[in-house]
Design a protein around this ligand. Structure first.
Ligand code: PEP
Length: 257
């Protein structure tokens, strides 16, 4: 029997300054504690802007909160003349457990290729971070190749030559569903997540495939999360817009209640 702890992860994107992030994490902790959330049964993570991470770390450490956090991106390099970039080492030093890699906004707005994503996955692992690799098809890809082809090829590309990467999370996020209010159906998401898990089994063996959490992302809300979580290959969600609303995000985290 496979047991993968579900992960509910909020991607704040470029929202919340450090004061807003402190207020949000405090409210989240209170809401979940009041709601008797079982932190061992469903893991909660947030991905604040870089400038908020230190504040989130201070709160989490001071109150021993069981809320994980991570960066929204990292440099493929360790250090050096890369103005504006953030090293995985810096994220680790701030207590980050995770880092997003290859979010569709990075791929489209910042020209991040599969090769860059591969180097970032490697950099994350070198820094002791768990990469949350985002993969997903555009509506044009969907029409031309079906749903699974592009996400599967993005996964293959990210793992090529990356044998040192033994732990990752994969977020299947159809680009057409992100921020559109139009989520994939649970059945569509399950089909792609199944294909991703099979690909992982082919590349890395059944044990790693069985242990790896696959998230669905794209217009997830409190009202549709349960449908995704019923699917056997979906182990959580990556949530954008709804992760900025305390009631909505805490209801998503507590989807079992
Ligand atoms: C995202 O950007 O990762 C995302 C899933 O956004 P939204 O939930 O707003 O669609």
């Amino acid at each position: 029997m496979v047991t993968r702890t579900p992960l509910m992860a909020g991607n704040w994107k470029m929202n919340f300054d450090h004061l807003q992030s402190i207020a949000f994490v405090q409210k989240l902790a209170w809401t979940l504690k009041d709601g008797k959330h079982d932190f061992g049964a469903v893991e909660v993570a947030v991905f604040p802007p870089f400038t908020d991470l230190r504040s989130v770390q201070t709160l989490v450490d001071a109150d021993k909160l069981k809320i994980a956090y991570g960066g929204q991106d990292l440099s493929p390099h360790e250090s050096g003349a890369y103005t504006g970039d953030i090293s995985g080492r810096f994220l680790s030093a701030l207590g980050c457990r995770y880092v997003l890699v290859g979010h569709s906004e990075r791929r489209t707005l910042h020209g991040e290729t599969d090769e860059i994503c591969r180097d970032k996955v490697a950099a994350a692992a070198r820094s002791g971070l768990v990469p949350v690799l985002c993969v997903g098809e555009t509506s044009e890809d969907l029409e031309a190749h079906g749903a699974a082809a592009v996400p599967v090829s993005q996964l293959r590309a990210a793992l090529e030559g990356n044998d040192a990467v033994t732990e990752l999370v994969i977020a299947y996020e159809p680009v057409w569903a992100i921020g559109s209010g139009e989520a994939a159906t649970p059945e569509q998401a399950q089909t792609v997540c199944r294909a991703l898990r099979e690909t992982l089994a082919e590349l890395r063996g059944d044990d790693m495939a069985g242990d790896t959490r696959l998230l669905y992302g794209g217009s997830v809300k409190a009202s549709n999360v349960v449908g995704f979580m019923r699917e056997p290959d979906i182990d959580g969600a990556l949530i954008g817009g709804a992760s900025l609303k305390i009631d909505e995000f805490s209801a998503i985290v507590r989807y079992r209640q």
